[in-house]
Design a protein around this ligand. Structure first.
Ligand SMILES: [Zn+2]
Length: 480
């Protein structure tokens, strides 16, 4: 059953901040370096062994029944280390019952790397002198097999941090804290999902391998390879399209091409309000600084001194708060879009290509480029998980086209919109053509109209043709 479900495989990297459970960095660092050294020896032994096996096979001495496995090599290495006085039995038994490295490490090695080492064509080139024996470097990553269903290796602490058991030795395993300070919402959600799949079951998100790598020197990283079932096989239809518009007065508007369904701002209102509130506070701060007197800030002593910090810090703090609020908002918005798409069986999402939007972004709710970029990235990675395609389309005139008849209402620009907005409500899109022909015509919410355009298949081409028809100059997407 597991084989039938298509899965998506990925790797994400997290910095190891420090060991927890009564261990110092010195102790952990020594363990890691010892394990890495032993694994390095083991890996190169496997290379030589496979090379020799090929050599015997070519020379007809096919006594390859010995069939050395990494397990056997691991035992041999243990003896060698003792002979070389690199380690003693007692030390080694901390790591493995009868080998030099933990079973999870040689298990991982067997699964990950041996296929590469076993390649006959590679050995053929070595024998012919065309390439050198491919030996491993000393700073190689330590692999750990984590694909079994038993233990839960990643755990979330009460304070919302993530701890991981490193199975590099016999129990008890060293437990480490991962850095979550600089990771994105996406990376965090990966950890959340791995944690929530307590038995590492194939129905959910599974960790497959860990790799521990020191790069740069002194900094250790945990590379987590994981997989998850593709698309959950929802029967999504790629002809059903969700269009996502960067809202004029709201952060986001989404519509679908096969009906009148939409999602707007209401759901996210509390967060939006909070952001507006914070922005007001910043404005207030700035004003009070101006009043305090510009010369105070310009004075050389206070330039880098205490005074400047005292005044500026609260602004930075507020700005950080705003950034965090936006990140949360973007997280929620993208989640809503994906749910909306799934609920309507949409297999495709069309979003605006941001390159051409630079000038226009400043007047919108989200305002800064990175924020919308972030929102798009969230939509992209969440869509991929759900098996939904995301396409970027040229947004040119998508907010001025009538989503009913296709007519382009050229005057419907920002100035026009601002002029026609009432009580903070954004202007309605009223199509001059439709209202002429149809007495019962009702104007549309402008953001909804734009989202519907963005949900239209082949929208850019349609607008281009319509521009030609109306004698309007069309603007292609800028080239990179
Ligand atoms: Zn119209």
């Amino acid at each position: 059953m597991e084989e039938k479900t298509k899965r998506i495989h990925k790797v994400e990297k997290f910095q190891i901040i420090k060991p927890v459970n009564n261990m110092t960095w010195e102790e952990l660092g020594k363990m890691l370096r010892d394990v890495r050294y032993r694994f390095w020896r083991l890996a190169n032994m496997a290379v030589c062994e496979n090379y020799m096996r090929f050599y015997h096979w070519r020379t007809g001495k096919t006594d390859t029944n010995e069939n050395y496995k990494v397990k056997t090599l691991n035992r041999i290495l243990r003896k060698m280390l003792i002979e070389e006085k690199q380690a003693d039995e007692k030390d080694l038994s901390r790591y493995s019952r009868d080998g030099a490295v933990s079973g999870y490490i040689n298990g991982a090695f067997e699964k990950m790397k041996l296929s590469a080492i076993k390649s006959k064509s590679k050995w053929r080139d070595v024998v012919r002198g065309k390439s050198a024996l491919p030996l491993f470097r000393k700073d190689l990553a330590i692999p750990i097999n984590c694909s079994d269903h038993k233990p839960r290796l990643i755990e979330k602490t009460e304070s919302g941090e993530f701890e991981v058991d490193l199975r590099i030795c016999q129990k008890p395993y060293p437990r480490v804290l991962l850095s979550t300070a600089k990771i994105s919402e996406g990376e965090r959600s990966i950890l959340e999902r791995l944690v929530s799949n307590k038995t590492n079951s194939p129905q959910g998100w599974r960790h497959r391998f860990f790799e521990i790598k020191e790069k740069p020197k002194g900094k250790w990283y945990l590379h987590v390879s994981y997989d998850f079932p593709k698309a959950e096989l929802l029967g999504l239809d790629s002809d059903i399209v969700v269009g996502v518009d960067l809202g004029w007065s709201v952060p986001l508007y989404a519509a679908i091409n096969n009906g009148y369904a939409r999602i707007g701002y209401k759901k996210m209102k509390p967060l939006g309000d909070r952001i507006k509130h914070l922005q007001k506070q910043i404005k207030g701060r700035r004003l009070s600084i101006q009043k305090a007197g510009a010369h105070d800030l310009a004075a050389p002593t206070s330039r880098s001194g205490h005074g400047r910090n005292r005044i500026l810090k609260p602004i930075e703090k507020l700005e950080n708060k705003i950034d965090n609020a936006y990140t949360t908002l973007n997280h929620q918005l993208s989640h809503c879009v994906i749910e909306f798409a799934k609920n309507h069986g949409a297999g495709r999402i069309q979003i605006e290509n941001l390159k051409s939007l630079k000038d226009e972004l400043s007047g919108t709710f989200i305002g800064q480029n990175w924020r919308y970029n972030q929102l798009q990235n969230y939509i992209k990675y969440k869509a991929e998980e759900a098996g939904i395609k995301v396409e970027e389309v040229n947004p040119f005139y998508t907010s001025r086209r009538c989503s009913e008849c296709g007519y382009i209402h050229k005057e419907f620009d920002r100035v026009y919109r601002d002029k026609n907005s009432k009580n903070g409500k954004s202007a309605m899109f009223e199509c001059p053509e439709c209202s002429k022909k149809n007495k019962n015509y009702k104007s549309l919410n402008a953001d909804y109209n734009a989202a519907r355009n963005l949900a239209t298949i082949g929208i850019a081409e349609k607008i281009r043709l319509q521009c030609k028809k109306q004698g309007i100059e069309y603007r292609e997407l800028p080239k990179d």
